[in-house]
Design a protein around this ligand. Structure first.
Ligand code: PCA
Length: 201
């Protein structure tokens, strides 16, 4: 079994992006599955195009994309992606779409196929703050999430998005989590997805 997990490069004024900092430190095997890690650009269009190419190349059974949601105090698996790009800040190539659809004829919403409740149970059991989120925003993370769900629609691939909080030293008064806890949290999310797929087989 193969899991593709992605984080993002830094964006806005941040010098690091904790999503990729955590992703790149994950073990190469989790619950017997091979873990492939990639870093996506914070650029509308390009991030999802690059994800699509990786999915075609790697043929993963599970895809988990992760990104930073500064200000949140828990690991937050996202339930739903919306067909909307509305950027409050420019992406890393200066694009700033306002009130635009991702796919002209696409559904309004697409739902994650990851086992979110199981992931939340496992995270909480390990003492890691965790909560379902019902909004991945309207920036690059949501676009990647929406296009990921479109790409994997009707397939057996389990896919979805997990937002993570600031890590220690980044929050400037906003909630933070230790990098080790974010890594452990993502490892738990991957493990839960792998086990649920094994149970389905
Ligand atoms: N967070 C941004 C984009 C990249 C990232 O890590 C977002 O939530 O859209």
């Amino acid at each position: 079994m193969t899991v593709l997990i992605t984080g993002f490069e830094p964006f806005a004024d941040y010098s690091i992006n904790p999503s990729y900092e955590a992703v790149r430190r994950l073990p190469d095997q989790i619950c017997g599955a091979t873990v492939v890690k990639r870093c996506l650009p914070v650029v509308f269009g390009k991030a999802a195009d690059s994800l699509e190419r990786e999915i075609e190349k790697i043929c993963p059974d599970i895809v988990i994309c992760t990104g930073l949601a500064g200000g949140r105090s828990a690991i937050t698996p996202e339930s739903v992606a919306v067909n909307l790009m509305d950027a409050r800040i420019p992406d890393n190539e200066g694009q700033q779409p306002r009130k635009q659809k991702i796919l002209e004829d696409g559904e309004k919403e697409l739902y994650a196929s990851l086992p979110i409740s199981l992931m939340l149970d496992c995270l909480r059991e390990a003492g890691i703050p965790a909560q379902q989120s019902d909004s991945a925003g309207t920036f690059v993370c949501n676009e990647v999430f929406y296009r990921l769900m479109k790409m994997t629609e009707g397939s057996r691939i389990l896919a979805g998005f997990v937002h993570i909080p600031y890590i220690t030293g980044m929050g400037k008064g906003k909630p933070e989590m230790k990098l080790e806890d974010v890594i452990r949290g993502l490892e738990i999310c991957v493990g839960a997805a792998v086990r649920s797929l094994i149970l389905k087989a």
